[in-house]
Structure formats: structure tokens, C-alpha cells
Write a protein that binds this ligand. Structure first.
Ligand code: PLP
Length: 488
């Protein structure tokens, strides 16, 4: 037996034991009790396949598909599958990215560079409905575009084509629509917006990150995908309703020439020629392999079955939510996610505040996500609570329906949380740009958020703060809170 070169300082079994202990403090990724962040097919064999495929590709470097042709093959297979599913012809090409955020960033980068190449002058604009995912704001921030926000229509939760039309012009490099939006799960009028944009030669991106692997299996009537000629790019996450581990999304473009603008290449340094179609250099292939393996194994019929289960659970939950006195569902949910809000048409004493509802549901063992109200130029979008429903939800749907009814009974008529006026007055004086870390930490303490500590059991008061503080201050304080969590 050759002697090992290195002795472990700590027994690997002990390290893994600690990892299991750490993981036990997380919200559960499986079982359907968490209705955000996690996507559980409810089929252990799918997860086992993903784990095994990841293991096989664990040390592969996706940086160079000529050295690792497996990477090119898996990526090509996934792109073909996605374009077939999403109305693309063979002029549609694309790539696998690390997630929705990267797909959105690259869609914006591609559109900005296409706009510049076509003679665009000045600072490019990015047109975003207020419901568009923050990944696009991040893209604008990183890539120096000016965001033009378009309010959504209150009752439907979707942007109107007329509102988008009113902001189109020669500096607009890209218009984004969601299919569906994350906050409300409703579909924007993709066909109308894409048509308006195309008429002015403006690119249009469909953000189908969350809905793209489900909508093809619904009976939604309005077209929303690459079958619309005005849609120039589309993003869809595999690590959501593709039911694969985190780290896999797809970005598709119409046309090879447009798609090439996504890449960065550099041949003028004394090292290897760099050609990166996505953000990373050295790149994990494990998420790609997991996504490829699960998609190959499930195939269209497997995904149809999983989508059918998630859609059935959603239909049931939407019906239950609509039947709860004092609660209302926002708009017409198009896929497997929806939001609820207080019914403003009933007397105050009968209303169900969605943030209190989320806290009451959490106390009963169900995680639904509170979302803040937002003041827009067209009026106030109310506070809501969000539910992302997956295939496994159907296994627990009766229990969840009962918990929602009971949680609503727990809080009906309870006065919505509001922020401390003293704190608000103090915060209004703050300039987030000059707020230092120590002051931010002290403010978190005043707000009841022990910096570096756990979140309070009730999130409604925290949500009220988020709603009422100036956004810049909230962003600075939340940045401080998160940063302190990972300080050694
Ligand atoms: C999740 C999501 C994104 C961002 O995806 P990540 O994978 O979290 O980076 C973008 N758009 C929509 C509509 C989403 O739901």
C-alpha cells in the first residue's frame, strides 16, 4: 500500500456529520412545505439521477468544450430541447448558464451590444415593467444602462402594451416582458409588446425563467414564446421547473449573429485564447450534467406529468385562496405561482393582511413569501404573499389548503403592521451613500434586527419597515445584515 501524501487533519466522517447538522437548520428543500426557492418533483429517483450525474462531471471544467467535448454535447442537447419546447426554429441558438440571473445579464449585454452595433448613441435604455425580475436591474447596474420603469395595471398585475409603447424610442436597447412575472405569476402581453418593439427595430426579451418549463404544458391561449417573430431572446431556468439542482438555466437568441454578441473573446495575452460565452471562466459542469441527465430521463412526457401535478395543485390552492373571506388572488395566475392580497372591498375588520397571513402560515409550518407594497406612478401595488407551487405540493395540497384557511382565521381583522414613526423620521435623514457599517449595524439593532442573528419569528413588522423606509436605506441596511451573517 502506498503511503498517503496527506493526512486529514479532521476525520472526513466528522466533517460530514457537522455538515448534516448545519443543513438541519435550513428550511427543508423537499416535502412541499416551502413555497419559494425550492422545486421538488416529489420523485426521489429524479434527485438521485441528478446527484449521480453531478458526481460523474464533478471535476470537469466547462471552460473549454474542445478539451471536454461532453460539455458541448450536453449543452447542445439542452438547447435543442428548449428551442423545440419554446417555439424556436433552427435559427434559434443559445447556451446554458449558471442561473436565471446570468441568463438575464447576458440577454441585456447582447441587446446592448446589438443596439450599439446598429448605431445606437448615448446611454442605452432598458425598459422594465415594475414586476420584471431584479436581475435586469442588476444587469443595468453592471452594464451601465438606464432603466425605464413601466408601471403595471393594478387589477391584472401585468404591464399594458400601451404603457410600454409610451416609453419606446431610439435609445431603447431592450424591452423585457415576463412569462410569467415572479411577484404575481401573471403573463405580460408578450405578443403585443414584441410586435410594438419589432416595429421600431427594438429587441424584446421574454423572461420565462420561472414559467418557461411549465407554460408549454398549460392551456394558456395567448402566444408568449419564440414562435412570436418579435421575440429576440428568451430565458428559462432549468433549476426551477426543470427540477434540477441549482446552477442551470438557458438563454436562447433568435439568430446566430445576435447570439455571438453574448460572447467575450480575448486572443491578445500570452496565455490560452479566452472565449467565454457566459460570465464565468472555469466553470462547473456538474449542474449541466445533472440538468442534461434529468431532462434526458424525464423527457417531454415526464415534464408534462410533473407540470400537470403542479398545475393541479395550483388550481386547487387558487380556488381555496379565492374562497377565503378577506383575501384576494392577484390577477389571473398563468402557471404554477400566484400571490394573495387583502380584499379591499370588505370592511377592515374582515380583511386578511397577507404579511400576517404569511407569519401565521409559518407558525403552522408552511413557508410562504411576504412581498412588499410598492408605490408606482400609476398608484399603489398592494402588499402580497407569494406561493410557488411544485409537483410535490399535490402530495400535501389538502394539508396546505387547510393551513391557509386556518392561518387566515388566525389573523383576520388584525391591523397591518406599520413601521415605528420615530425610526422612520430618523431614517428619512439618512444618506445611504455615506452610511457606514457601524451606523448601519446600530440602526439594525434599533429596528430589532440583531445584526448577524436570526430573523424574528414574525416578519410582518420587518416587511413594514422595508415598505416604508426609503429604498436606498433599506438596501443599505439589508446589505449590512447579510454581510454580517458571513463575517467570520
Ligand atoms: C428566478 C427568476 C429569475 C432569476 O433567476 P435566478 O436563477 O434566481 O438567478 C429571473 N426571472 C424570473 C421571472 C425568476 O423567477
Amino acid at each position: 500500500m502506498p503511503q498517503p501524501h496527506v493526512r486529514f487533519e479532521r476525520d472526513p466522517a466528522d466533517v460530514l456529520r457537522q455538515l448534516h447538522e448545519l443543513r438541519a437548520q435550513d428550511v427543508p428543500t423537499h416535502g412541499g412545505r416551502v413555497l419559494a426557492y425550492v422545486y421538488d418533483p416529489g420523485v426521489p429517483a429524479v434527485d438521485e439521477l441528478a446527484a449521480e450525474a453531478s458526481r460523474i462531471a464533478l471535476h470537469v471544467n466547462g471552460l473549454d468544450p474542445t478539451a471536454f467535448p461532453s460539455v458541448a454535447r450536453m449543452e447542445a442537447d439542452l438547447v435543442r430541447r428548449a428551442r423545440d419546447l419554446l417555439g424556436g426554429d433552427d435559427e434559434v441558438v443559445g447556451s446554458v448558464t449558471s442561473g436565471g440571473t446570468e441568463s438575464c445579464l447576458l440577454a441585456v449585454k447582447t441587446a446592448r451590444d446589438a443596439w450599439r452595433a446598429a448605431g445606437g448613441e448615448g446611454r442605452a435604455q432598458l425598459v422594465l415593467p415594475v414586476t420584471a425580475h431584479p436581475a435586469f436591474h442588476k444587469a443595468a447596474h453592471y452594464l451601465d444602462l438606464e432603466v425605464v420603469r413601466v408601471p403595471v395595471d393594478g387589477p391584472t398585475g401585468a404591464v399594458t402594451a400601451a404603457a410600454v409603447d409610451s416609453v419606446l424610442g431610439p435609445r431603447v436597447a431592450l424591452v423585457v416582458v415576463s412569462a410569467p412575472s415572479y411577484p404575481y405569476g401573471v403573463l405580460d402581453p408578450v405578443a403585443e409588446v414584441a410586435g410594438l418593439a419589432a416595429a421600431q427595430g427594438i429587441a424584446c426579451h421574454v423572461d420565462a425563467c420561472i414559467g418557461g418549463w411549465v407554460l408549454p404544458y398549460t392551456d394558456v391561449e395567448q402566444p408568449w414564446d419564440l414562435s412570436l417573430p418579435g421575440v429576440t431572446s428568451l430565458s428559462v431556468d432549468l433549476h426551477k421547473y426543470g427540477y434540477v439542482p441549482k446552477g442551470a438555466s438557458l438563454l436562447l437568441h433568435r439568430g446566430r449573429d445576435r447570439a455571438r454578441l453574448q460572447s467575450f473573446a480575448l486572443a491578445s495575452w500570452p496565455g490560452y485564447a479566452v472565449v467565454n460565452p457566459s460570465m464565468l471562466g472555469s466553470k462547473p459542469a456538474a449542474p449541466l450534467a445533472a440538468a442534461w441527465a434529468v431532462a434526458e430521463a424525464l423527457g417531454d412526457s415526464g415534464y408534462r406529468a410533473l407540470a400537470g401535478r403542479a398545475l393541479a395543485a395550483t388550481a386547487r390552492l387558487v380556488e381555496v385562496a379565492r374562497s377565503i373571506p378577506g383575501l384576494r388572488v392577484v390577477g389571473e395566475p398563468a402557471a404554477t405561482l400566484f400571490a394573495v392580497t387583502a380584499d379591499q372591498t370588505v370592511p377592515v375588520a374582515e380583511r386578511v393582511d397577507p404579511h400576517h397571513l404569511a407569519d401565521a402560515a409559518r407558525a403552522r409550518g408552511w413557508v410562504i413569501q411576504p412581498q412588499p407594497a410598492l408605490q408606482t406612478s400609476e398608484g399603489l401595488l398592494p402588499r402580497t404573499a407569494h406561493l410557488t407551487v411544485t409537483a410535490v405540493t399535490l402530495d400535501v395540497v389538502d394539508e396546505l389548503a387547510g393551513a391557509l384557511v386556518a392561518a387566515a382565521d388566525d389573523v383576520r381583522g388584525r391591523v397591518p403592521a406599520s413601521a415605528d414613526p420615530g425610526l422612520m423620521a430618523a431614517a428619512a435623514q439618512l444618506d445611504p451613500a455615506t452610511l457606514d457599517a457601524a451606523t448601519a449595524q446600530a440602526l439594525l439593532g434599533v429596528a430589532g434586527l440583531e445584526s448577524g442573528g436570526a430573523l424574528p419569528a414574525e416578519l410582518a413588522p420587518l416587511m413594514a419597515l422595508i415598505e416604508q423606509l426609503p429604498p436606498g436605506v433599506t438596501e443599505r441596511l439589508l446589505t449590512e445584515y447579510l454581510a454580517r451573517l458571513i463575517e467570520p
